[in-house]
Ligand binder design. Structure first.
Ligand code: DNO
Length: 351
């Protein structure tokens, strides 16, 4: 596995030089953030980002994300223009040496939490999703600030996009995804870039919007839409694992055996009885997922793709982007690296 770390560019409070200091770090996961969704990224901006990453001694191999324009998800006639732009981005990123592109197909909202700074027993803060909080949230009326969500929506434009989705069924969303994949995967094959869809987080409908990349049956269906190695997965343990119906270890075993996982997001969640969850430290006993078993399932299939420690808590007084501080993610990186090293040595019969 190739250890990687998400970095939000020069505006990120986490310095890229510090990321390099995490032992065994291989690559930076980043994106161009100042281009509106659906537009082309210039080759110059891609190459300058690559230079920044390489000057820091790290590889520029993974982009997270090239976002998918809402018109593509909605299947509007205007989608073709945005799909052409998307193809151009894949080609240019391929030219710059990028190996994997992560993206998602969630309507309107990306990952969703109800609180970003829940104080845990040990004084750290974490991202949480509480059922009693989500019940009271209405994106169309109340004040809402969600992480990962395009805050450029005004109340009116949000209402408009919700209206458009009111006519879109889950089957429509599947058809729109298939249309998109049939267009872009041949381009990705030619460009040598593996596409890796990120699952929906949480893995069920929210605010009445349909979500389809949610469970094993649907991941099977997704992979068959275009049966190519270039149509693969970002397997996010925390997103899929926040649905108690998902057996993430079994799923990793299956999809890693098929060679369809290109990128791993590894983190832990503590599932609550009412269906909500809290993001916990990576260390298995802190949450509901067994990260040792997760790493074993990858190791068993000699996983050679990218892996990043996903969200961390805020610890040691760090402030900054919720979920994306340096300290707890670095602890996660070393924990996962330690498990991997142990598995490798055990395999070789070393003591
Ligand atoms: C959350 C991330 C997601 C992810 C996108 C991929 O922290 O894992 O925002 O980047 O869903 O498109």
């Amino acid at each position: 596995m190739k250890l990687s770390f998400r970095w939000y560019g020069n505006d990120d409070p986490v310095k890229i030089e510090y990321i390099r200091q995490i032992p065994s770090m291989h690559s930076i996961v980043t994106a161009i953030y100042d281009v509106p969704v659906g537009e082309k990224w210039s080759m110059d901006s891609i190459l300058s980002l690559k230079e920044t990453v390489e000057n820091a001694g790290l590889n520029f191999d993974v982009i997270e994300s090239v976002p998918v324009h809402e018109d593509i998800k909605l299947g509007l006639p205007t989608r073709d223009k945005y799909i052409e732009n998307y193809k151009e981005n894949i080609r240019n990123l391929g030219k710059a040496g990028v190996k994997v592109i992560c993206y998602n197909f969630m309507p309107v909202f990306d990952w969703t939490r109800t609180q970003l700074d829940k104080v845990l027993d040990d004084g750290s803060t974490a991202l949480v999703y509480y059922v009693d909080q989500i019940k009271d949230m209405d994106p169309l009326t109340g004040e809402l600030s969600l992480p990962g969500w395009d805050s450029s929506y005004t109340k009116e434009s949000l209402k408009e996009v919700f209206d458009k989705y009111s006519k879109v069924t889950k089957e429509d969303l599947w058809n729109n995804l298939e249309y998109f994949l049939k267009e872009i995967i041949p381009v990705a094959e030619e460009a040598g870039v593996k596409m890796a869809i990120h699952p929906d987080d949480p893995p069920y409908d929210i605010f009445g919007l349909p979500r389809i990349i949610t469970n094993e049956e649907n991941l099977d269906r997704f992979l068959k839409l275009v049966d190519s190695e270039y149509n693969g997965l970002t397997f996010c343990t925390g997103s899929l694992g926040s649905g108690s119906f998902n057996d993430v270890v079994k799923m990793i075993d299956k999809y890693a055996a098929q060679g369809r996982i290109h990128f791993m997001h590894v983190r832990n969640v503590k599932l609550l009885e009412d269906g909500g969850f809290e993001e916990s430290a990576h260390y298995s006993p802190c949450g509901s997922l067994d990260l040792v078993e997760i790493m074993k399932a990858l190791h068993k299939h000699n996983y050679e793709g990218y892996l990043r420690p996903d969200h961390g808590r805020m610890i040691w007084g760090e402030t900054g982007r919720a979920g994306y501080g340096l300290y707890d993610r670095a602890l996660g990186a070393m924990y996962l690296t330690g498990i991997w090293e142990t598995l490798t040595k055990t395999d070789k019969g070393e003591k």
